[in-house]
Design a protein around this ligand. Structure first.
Ligand SMILES: Nc1ncnc2c1ncn2[C@@H]1O[C@H](COP(=O)(O)OP(=O)(O)O)[C@@H](O)[C@H]1O
Ligand SMILES: O=P(O)(O)O[C@H]1O[C@H](CO)[C@@H](O[C@H]2O[C@H](CO)[C@@H](O)[C@H](O)[C@H]2O)[C@H](O)[C@H]1O
Length: 483
């Protein structure tokens, strides 16, 4: 992804004319990561006409735009986040598309025209699939596929817009359009491709994708995968179970097995490393730094900092004492919403992007597999907390079943890496506090409750993997097992 404004047919002068509209529209998107800071300007990274803007019908404009906001400037990266935008450009917006309106352009080459969210327009969304069906380059964009994709599939945009935007085509394929673009291969393409090659059927295999630029700087822009029709995500299923007063033990056990299968396949397909003293200490330091940054962003964390930090210090101390841990490529943001139960009762895992707020290099680094385990354990806690009254024992049974399933399928029980598991749970809860404060303030109480528990000494925390209660029958486990 070259930083010099590489344009393909679309005039560079477009951006100044669009800037006033983007100024209003962009910060209100769910996927806009720079909320709370003013937007001071835009810089064009690339502009590509996927359908000519001069035609009688709507045009389709693909933009990569860097959004300038106040903040620390690093010498290695240009300032501001880069976003992918797909804009429809027309003379008169049909009433059915009025919710997609971005605004009317008053100056520059598009003066008098209307700009709207192209992905909401089935004609333009269909055109994007057409581009993916025929591999090749258009300006700085290149389109790739592994198998033939049928044509004539009707598109619909998923309304549960999260970190990105997804389109479903004919209930057969789902196209994820990444919003915040980083140079380099996105793990949401890299890992499913590697898993497909390794024969792991737990993850839908990419069938097509598109990217900007080439080589190590090439950025993944979108990935097309089979759509698992009729599947339900683990979060919904867990909430249903809670609402019906049902256990989720068999499902949690099966999900533990599925997670272990994915981890085993990733460890076979991609490099693994051993985290020795320095790396493990760096990991604990990074967690500690994230805690500091989170406390600056959400001062309510302040009273719990010493207790939370203790979890990271335990890992650092174990490393100093010679403990080592195995690290491999992991999911990186695993929670119940990323696990889909298909109609045949199997768990599939989606969304390997990792935490979108972290730099790509960090997300692609080998990490201990318990990091993902901690993500799911946090999710059981979230589910139990969203039901009143809180059911800690429901979450506890899920946690045990999940870890048992994982151990059965992998031969490695995550509870044997208890200090690391607790550190990752703590790190995740801290991340969640910031995430909820930014995106869903009503939910802040959920990770804050976990923070209060995790900040207390391990034995005093009933939901902790370190407590005698959660580890019934495994009381003597103290330092992590060495790999
Ligand atoms: N292969 C798939 N089959 C069925 N539904 C899917 C598939 N991939 C994603 N989804 C649905 O789309 C939603 C968003 O996908 P996800 O990859 O989590 O995007 P985001 O990064 O925006 O969170 C998921 O919550 C899930 O409901
Ligand atoms: O799905 P994303 O990759 O966008 O992940 C982000 O959003 C998630 C919420 O949608 C958030 O997950 C948190 O809330 C979930 C319940 O809605 C819960 O199951 C997770 O355990 C909890 O972390 C995730 O952290 C965030 O990165």
């Amino acid at each position: 992804m070259s930083e010099t404004a590489s344009t393909a047919r679309a005039p560079v002068a477009l951006l100044p004319s669009l800037a006033p509209l983007l100024h209003e529209w962009l910060p209100r998107r769910r996927w806009f990561a720079g909320k709370g800071k003013p937007v001071t300007g835009f810089a064009l990274v690339s502009a590509t006409e996927l359908l000519p803007l001069s035609a009688a019908g709507p045009g389709l404009l693909h933009l990569l735009v860097r959004v300038q906001q106040p903040g620390p400037v690093t010498s290695s990266a240009p300032p501001g986040d880069c976003y992918q935008l797909l804009l429809g450009v027309c003379d008169t917006l049909p009433p059915r598309l009025s919710p997609a309106l971005i605004g009317h352009v008053t100056r520059g080459p598009l003066a008098g025209r209307t700009v709207y969210e192209a992905l909401q327009d089935p004609r333009l969304a269909a055109l994007l699939l057409e581009r993916l069906r025929s591999p090749g380059a258009i300006g700085p964009l290149s389109f790739h596929r592994t198998v033939a994709v049928p044509d004539g599939l009707t598109p619909r945009v998923l309304d549960a817009e999260q970190s990105n935007t997804s389109l479903v085509y004919g209930d057969a394929y789902i196209l994820k359009i990444f919003r915040r673009i980083h140079p380099g291969a996105n793990p949401d393409l890299e890992l499913p491709l590697a898993l497909a090659r390794a024969g792991c059927a737990r993850v839908p295999a990419p069938v097509a994708w598109f990217e900007a630029g080439t080589g190590p700087d090439g950025a993944t822009l979108g990935v097309l995968q089979p759509y698992l029709r009729g599947s339900r995500d683990g979060w919904r299923l867990a909430l249903d179970a809670l609402a019906g007063g049902r256990d989720f033990v068999p499902e949690a056990h099966a999900l533990g097995r599925a997670t272990a299968e994915v981890h085993t396949a990733l460890a076979r397909a991609l490099p693994t490393v051993t985290l020795a003293r320095r790396q493990a200490r760096d990991l604990a330091v990074a967690m500690s730094r994230r805690l500091d940054a989170a406390t600056q962003a959400v001062p309510a964390l302040m009273p719990y900092v010493p207790g939370l930090r203790a979890a990271f210090e335990t890992v650092a101390a174990l490393a100093e004492g010679g403990s080592t841990w195995r690290a491999q490529r992991v999911h990186g943001d695993l929670h119940l919403g990323q696990a889909l139960r298909t109609p045949d009762g199997e768990w599939a895992v989606i969304d390997f992007e990792g935490e979108p707020s972290k730099p790509l290099a960090e997300r692609r680094r080998p990490q201990p597999a318990v990091r993902d385990v901690a993500g799911i354990l946090r999710s059981f806690d979230y589910a139990a907390h969203s039901h009143h009254p809180w059911h800690p024992e429901w979450a506890e049974r899920c946690r045990d079943a999940y870890c048992s399933g994982y151990a059965e399928a992998s031969g490695r029980d995550p509870r044997d890496e208890q200090a690391l598991l607790r550190a990752y749970e703590t790190d995740k809860a801290v991340y969640e506090v910031v995430y909820e404060a930014r995106h869903r303030p009503d939910w802040l109480r959920v990770p804050m409750a976990a923070v209060r528990r995790l900040a207390s000494p391990p034995g005093a925390d009933p939901a902790s993997p370190l407590s005698g209660r959660a580890l019934s029958g495994r009381p003597g486990l103290s330092p992590d097992r060495r790999s």
